[in-house]
Design a protein around this ligand. Sequence first.
Ligand code: FMN
Length: 350
Amino acid sequence: MPVDETQRPKGPTGWIASLTYKSVATAAPRASDLDLLAGKARARNRSLDVTGMLLFEKGCFLQTLEGPPKAVAELWSSIERDGRHNHIEVLSEHMTAARVFSDWNLLLDGRFADMPREAAAPPAIPPAVAGHLARLVELALNADDLAINTMIAGFAEQGWTSEAILSLLIEPAGRALGDAWLDDRCSELDLTIGLSMLQLAGHAIRYSPSAQSIRNSRYSILLATAPGEKHMLGTALLADQFLAQGWQVDMAFPESEEALTNQLNAQHPDAVDIGLSDAMPRQHAIDQLRSTIEHSRLVVSEHPTVVSVGGRLFAEATATARTVGADHARKGLAGTSVRLAELVRQTRKA
Ligand SMILES: Cc1cc2nc3c(=O)[nH]c(=O)nc-3n(C[C@H](O)[C@H](O)[C@H](O)COP(=O)(O)O)c2cc1C
């Protein structure tokens, strides 16, 4: 059953749930049983936008599920009731900014040589990369995030694309950690910390090289204070962030709603961020902001603009994007350009 689209985080920058558990098979599954399980699981996971891995070895399962929190919860309620396994133990369950796995794979320990694996097979690792992979696994097991980041940055500098780093290093390293745990070469704690380290590295590599692609796509944003708002620190700080990420940035400190809508009409930016004070609660400003956003959308109706809002009101969750009719409400400044780039990308695709 597909998830409700309105509940799905908007693209890969939305926070996702990650759940890793181990369990014991109640009866020794035949190759055909595992094949059937994998085929059905893949189809359902895809429809739910869930990625991850399932390892089976020595009668034990180890599975990681990553995806929209609602989807992972829905799957989990099926899996934990499944009579094909018991002694289920959740090893880690947390929210994360990035996936380790780009798809969903079932990996077996080789005892089922007759199993058709084409669909599930991960990409072959070129011999030249194997040494780097082993080093990355070692660093992840030692929870050495500094060395992991240095290593990944080195590959990026040598011209490796982020796709190659993800598919040839980070993702296989995630599976290698699972293997290490199944073979008793590391503890559960090592496994879960190692996976988190890879998630962080995956996040860095997915989003850092994005500046060039945003520059090439000429994303533009109008950073504005809410009409009449005197506190402009947040808006000024955002400008640095968006400029560093390659956006074309304009700023506005309009005195009236009309001044803001005029500017939007003249510029038609891909996104507009309207900031209330980061210091004062501005509770009374909600209705006014809703009206401003409504009018802003009217003037740019030919050229859909992503509308983001911010300020203490949103940081403290007194109001949400929906309250004022925006597409995005920032809780803080960090990561705003990444989230808005994703929203603009989706708007352009639609
Ligand atoms: C170890 C194990 C892992 C499983 N992993 C998945 C999975 O990732 N995705 C999935 O759709 N079903 C998975 N299943 C099957 C589900 O438990 C369940 O049978 C299936 O999703 C159908 O759900 P329903 O019984 O609620 O209709 C797994 C089963 C086992 C025993």
